[in-house]
Ligand binder design. Structure first.
Ligand SMILES: [Zn+2]
Length: 205
């Protein structure tokens, strides 16, 4: 692909430049590198607290899409939300970390959350082992998914699907497994009409 060629040609300059820029160093040291054209805000970038506990690891075979389920106003700080969610997960729920592996905010920024080698967590009754969990912040029963959120969700899903060799029929949402409104009607409609899977297929290598 043209983009890959451009990245290969610019890589030496990128690495040189990274020596002078803290932000770029962090990005080039991503713990779970996925597609290089996808910018991810790393755990180190948002103040994730390293884990003190662990659980058996798993292999990714599914990608499952969620929403946060809480209304998310424009002026709410996603970093504070991520930190608060980690602390609530550990203290109130006794989980090792945030329940999801990746989170997307209202502007389409993508954040690493729980390390993907550990299965996520859920308040419902499906088996999360083998699932990569992506959560879009907000409540899409009430909120509208923006075009940039749709695109970033598709890019992240395509990237994970390529990396873990996930088949398209294993890309679903929470409500496809259990009784829940998650990921909310305005997000679910793109799964229902097939447009999200189409976009993901177009983005896959
Ligand atoms: Zn969910």
């Amino acid at each position: 692909m043209l983009l890959n060629r451009i990245l290969v040609m610019t890589l030496p300059a990128f690495l040189f430049w990274s020596c002078a820029s803290k932000t770029v160093i962090i990005q080039s040291n991503q713990l779970e590198p996925i597609a290089r054209d996808l910018e991810i805000i790393t755990r180190a970038d948002w103040g994730w607290v390293p884990l003190t506990d662990s659980i058996p690891t798993h292999e990714i075979k599914f990608i499952t899409i969620h929403h946060g389920g809480e209304d998310f106003p424009e002026d709410k700080d996603p970093i504070k939300y991520l930190r608060g969610l980690q602390s609530w997960s550990q203290t109130d729920k006794n989980w090792i970390d945030n329940p999801y592996h990746y989170m997307i905010d209202l502007r389409g920024n993508i954040y690493e959350a729980r390390p993907i080698r550990y299965p996520g967590d859920t308040n419902t009754d499906y088996d999360v082992r083998g699932h990569a969990l992506i959560c879009v912040m907000g409540n899409y029963e009430n909120q509208i998914l923006s075009p940039i959120q749709f695109e970033q969700l598709a890019k992240l899903t395509a990237s994970l699907a390529d990396r873990y060799d996930v088949s398209p029929d294993h890309i679903k949402s929470h409500r496809d497994y259990t009784e829940t409104l998650c990921p909310g009607k305005d997000l679910y409609r793109y799964l229902e009409d097939g447009s999200l899977l189409l976009r993901i297929a177009a983005l896959r290598n």
